[in-house]
Design a protein around this ligand. Structure first.
Ligand code: IPE
Ligand code: IPE
Ligand code: MG
Length: 246
């Protein structure tokens, strides 16, 4: 296996964890089993991200569209989040991991909101990996919310319309303070964003892997990073081989 170039490890990797259901059906198991195994894959991936020196890891855990699933599956996913926080929060904290949650808290059960808040509060001063959980997250809603907040600030005379630029808009998104992901990975072969980080991924590299999420872990992450490192990021300029800057 070609070795990873340490200087080209992305700061921020965002992952659309997809394929839990298909992983389970292929094995004649209920979808829940795929989600349960997906949590195991997440644990391995967080560990690998820390070891590889990634600074920010964002995972798409529940989209604003996932409410369309059968109530039993929604409740299974909520239950797994509860269990994950209850079991793993202390350990993540002891590893100096800072947890951030992006998405909308309204509409979630009060105990889930409390667990999410507790995760952020407890770990807010940690300086290791920032683990960003996208839960009840939808990018269009995030952008629309930002537009509403900016309009309110203008109306209140707090900002001038001339001050509205890309930086200001970024500051009104849930991801304020988090650098854009250099790499977005989606497992299970689907090649779409499904309403994930639309603004933040405008210049990200995308790597689509064929394996399902429960099989993800250090090896799959390293493979995706190798693909990323082979890409020529031009940002509209010239390729590094042609004298552009990397
Ligand atoms: C990803 O796996 C988990 C969530 C979306 C919450 P899926 O549940 O989407 O699995 P597939 O796509 O049906 O295989
Ligand atoms: C995207 O996966 C959402 C998460 C991984 C949480 P979906 O499985 O919900 O996306 P679609 O429906 O295939 O676009
Ligand atoms: Mg899916």
């Amino acid at each position: 296996m070609t070795a990873l170039i340490p200087d080209l490890i992305p700061q921020h990797v965002a992952i659309i964890m997809d394929g839990n259901g298909r992983w389970a059906s292929q094995r004649g198991l209920p979808r829940f089993e795929g989600h349960r195994r997906g949590v195991e894959a997440l644990r391995k991936t967080i560990r690998a991200a820390e070891e590889l020196g990634i600074r920010y890891l964002t995972v798409y855990s529940f989209s604003s569209e996932n409410w369309k699933r059968p109530a039993t599956e929604v409740s299974d996913l909520m239950g797994l989040l509860r269990r994950f926080i209850r079991n793993d929060l202390a350990e993540l904290h002891s590893r100096n991991i800072r947890v951030r949650v992006i998405g909308v808290k309204e509409g979630l059960a009060p105990d889930i909101i409390a667990l999410l808040d507790e995760s952020e509060q407890l770990t807010k001063n940690n300086t290791g990996l920032t683990f960003v959980v996208a839960f009840n997250y939808g990018a269009r809603r995030e952008i629309a919310n930002a537009a509403r907040l900016i309009a309110q600030a203008v109306k209140a005379g707090e900002i001038n319309t001339d001050a509205i630029d890309e930086k200001l808009v970024s500051n009104y998104l849930n991801t304020v303070g988090i650098p854009d992901p250099e790499l977005v990975i989606r497992t299970s072969g689907e090649q779409r964003l499904s309403n994930f980080l639309l603004w933040q991924s405008s210049y990200s590299e995308f790597v689509f892997t064929s394996g399902h999420w429960p099989d993800f872990g250090r090896d799959a992450l390293e493979e995706a990073l190798l693909v990323y490192q082979s890409r020529d990021r031009r940002f509209g300029g010239l390729s590094s081989a042609m004298g552009g800057v990397r």
